[in-house]
Design a protein around this ligand. Sequence first.
Ligand SMILES: NC(=O)C1=CN([C@@H]2O[C@H](COP(=O)(O)OP(=O)(O)OC[C@H]3O[C@@H](n4cnc5c(N)ncnc54)[C@H](OP(=O)(O)O)[C@@H]3O)[C@@H](O)[C@H]2O)C=CC1
Ligand SMILES: CC(C)CCC[C@@H](C)[C@H]1CC[C@H]2C3=CC=C4C[C@@H](O)CC[C@]4(C)[C@H]3CC[C@]12C
Length: 487
Amino acid sequence: MEDCSGGTEELEMFNPPPEGKIKEALLKLSTEANELYLNSQVPVLDAVPSPLEFYRDWVASNKPVILQGVTKHWPALTKWTPDYLRARLGEKEVSVAVTPNGYADAPNGRYFVMPEERQMKFGKFLDIMEDPDSQPGIFYIQKQNSNFTEEFSEIMSDAAPEIPWFSEALGRSPDAVNFWMGDERAVTSSKCLGSIIVTCNLLALLLCVFLLVKGKTWPDSAEVMEPKPLLYEFYRGMELHPRILGVDVKQLTNCRFGLLAWELLVVNFFLAGWEKHGFSLAHLVSAALQTVYLAKFYWWETGYFNTLDIILDRAGYYICWGCLAFVPSLYTFASYYLVANPPVMSTLESIATFLLGILAISLNYRVDWEKEHFKATNGRCNLWGKPATYIEAVRETDKGIQHSKLLTAGFWGVARHLNYTFELLLALSWCLPGLGRGILPFSYFIFLTILLVHRVFRDEEKCAAKYGFFWETYCSRVPYRMLPGAF
Ligand SMILES: NC(=O)C1=CN([C@@H]2O[C@H](COP(=O)(O)OP(=O)(O)OC[C@H]3O[C@@H](n4cnc5c(N)ncnc54)[C@H](OP(=O)(O)O)[C@@H]3O)[C@@H](O)[C@H]2O)C=CC1
Ligand SMILES: CC(C)CCC[C@@H](C)[C@H]1CC[C@H]2C3=CC=C4C[C@@H](O)CC[C@]4(C)[C@H]3CC[C@]12C
């Protein structure tokens, strides 16, 4: 690769347009093509079309299509084993691209860099494929100059160097037929996501079935949900705090598995994006904000043990499948999306987004902290420079008369759920690097808006039942839920 560095200096003299401008132009082109005539997904055809259909529906209208199963009759599919290829081509000299990252045919930062090319015996190349760590670099046979017909004529009859209906539709034989071969490092790490998500789903479903059976047959405590339709019991769960081998299930699924998987995936997606398109500050901002947010969660973890998830929601599909499968898939989606669709955000916008995110995380933490601090000091604390004000709620319970305090100072005197408002703002901040890439990068933000608005009503129903008249007094003193003056 050293030879390439001289080339980079020469390229500098052409003074290419800034990367942001190229990305912007390409994005505009792709958006316009999508709006004007493209399908939202590339269609898949299972049957071979006639030359006329192929020309009319896809070539002439300039639309992409995936043809499935067109090569299933090729002998190559069963014949091409390492032994067979060695016997036919072992002594043959072939051209092999060697790169540090597996991208022999892709832009590297602002430049399209040619890979180092080595001539070697095909047998030697197969040895490297079988033991990739035996040599530094990633070896990849990939040429665009019809290397299949030029260099691999010995195995040409195992495949079809020309597809008749395709040539008929185009009115010409192919200009080039290429043979590519490499190991899995030519593929980005995000390609494994499908298997990870399937595994999480299977594990989660198994656990939910187990929890249902356990709750019905050998619950940890006498307190289990009264009988309901089976599907409901499966969805909502049976037990509040089940344990498996002494481990609290909800703490394991929510705090350990779900959130750690979230962090690992977000870091992985950032690295995959970097490997694929070069370093992106905006992608880093998105990953860094999520990392700070999750670190904040662990700092505040004991506060989480007083939330609806722990005190009200039972261990069932909603919470356990949610944390084992839904959190790794949807909560990480903003970062995942940026792997294939790199951000088009400028450096200045990225820095502004980071600052917005940090501000929102700090405010969210501050709101939660004020309530925690107020409860820990039994109301004897200062907030915003003044002694905290509150409503003393008295209620009769199984354990006798109980006294509780409803905070009316600090953020809890401005609106009843400002922590959710800042939660939405912080979620928006790490989705923002996907701006200009359609609605999908904002999936998590949209889901969270629905979840939190619904949660406001769930939480207030619980508080109204618990505090009765005193809750109504709090609501009249602090009339807004999330947005003072509006909601
Ligand atoms: N990213 C995500 O998917 C989600 C994140 N979150 C975040 O988790 C954190 C915790 O949220 P969550 O548990 O839902 O809600 P809260 O932290 O707002 O807790 C609500 C509870 O606090 C108590 N409370 C309410 N108002 C007062 C008051 N004025 N004075 C004293 N106590 C009061 C009541 O419990 P009690 O009966 O003890 O008095 C109420 O049930 C937040 O930061 C939130 O943004 C939440 C949901 C989803
Ligand atoms: C079945 C699905 C459609 C819905 C699943 C919802 C759950 C996965 C989530 C419901 C509440 C979520 C959380 C609440 C509070 C949290 C604190 C925050 O600081 C980190 C995230 C979280 C633990 C979050 C995790 C997902 C839920 C349990």
